[in-house]
Design a protein around this ligand. Structure first.
Ligand code: MN3
Length: 198
């Protein structure tokens, strides 16, 4: 069994003007495709063939190829699934209550998340996660690492802050990219992940 590059549920230009079409096309068809094929090459004819991606990330992240390419495979699949053309706004119900309870307000959570994304030095990701006690927290990780690898939490939202995710449109303006990205976040999908993480 091999991992497949997932098809997007929207067109490459669907997240314009916040994320440009060329960035989406290259990011999905080159970067994500590359992680996927290198992950498949890394597990081929080994005892890891047939394991789920989560099992690989949790138990085989001492293997650099699994860590980098498996992380890249999982992270991008996750990232695409939490964006949509009609995104933005704010979450509702239990997730909004949990955000208000933990961070004081939705805007405070966005600030803390953006700060984590801004201060991740070099390439990486920022995350909103649920810990083993059901509490929300924000963190960031380097390269293609994610919170599954050290079992610190279950991600329910993440942003790619590698330069390939934003440089064509925003240049060095990572903050402008992060600000724009909130407009394409699919909060109903994030809420579904939150509810299943509890
Ligand atoms: Mn990327």
């Amino acid at each position: 069994m091999t991992f497949q590059l997932p098809e997007l549920s929207y067109d490459y230009d669907a997240l314009e003007p916040h994320i440009d079409s060329l960035t989406m096309e290259i990011h999905h068809s080159k970067h994500h495709a590359g992680y996927t094929s290198k992950l498949n090459a890394a597990i081929k004819d080994t005892e890891m063939e047939g394991m789920s991606i989560e099992e690989l990330l949790r138990n085989h992240n001492d293997n650099a190829s699994i860590r980098n390419n498996g992380g890249g495979f999982w992270n991008h699949r996750f990232f695409w699934s939490l964006m949509c053309p009609s995104g933005g706004g704010s979450p509702q119900s239990e997730l909004l209550e949990a955000i208000n309870s933990k961070f004081g307000s939705f805007d405070n959570m966005k600030s803390e998340f953006a700060q984590a994304a801004m201060t991740q030095f070099g390439s990486g990701w920022a995350w909103l996660c649920v810990d083993s006690n059901g509490k929300l927290f924000v963190c960031s990780t380097a390269n293609q690492d994610n919170p599954l690898m050290d079992n610190s939490g279950t991600p329910i939202l993440g942003i790619d802050v590698w330069e390939h995710a934003y440089y064509k449109k925003y240049g060095p303006g990572r903050g402008d990219y992060i600000n724009a990205w909130w407009n394409v976040v699919d909060w109903p999908a994030v809420t579904t992940l939150y509810n299943s993480a509890l």
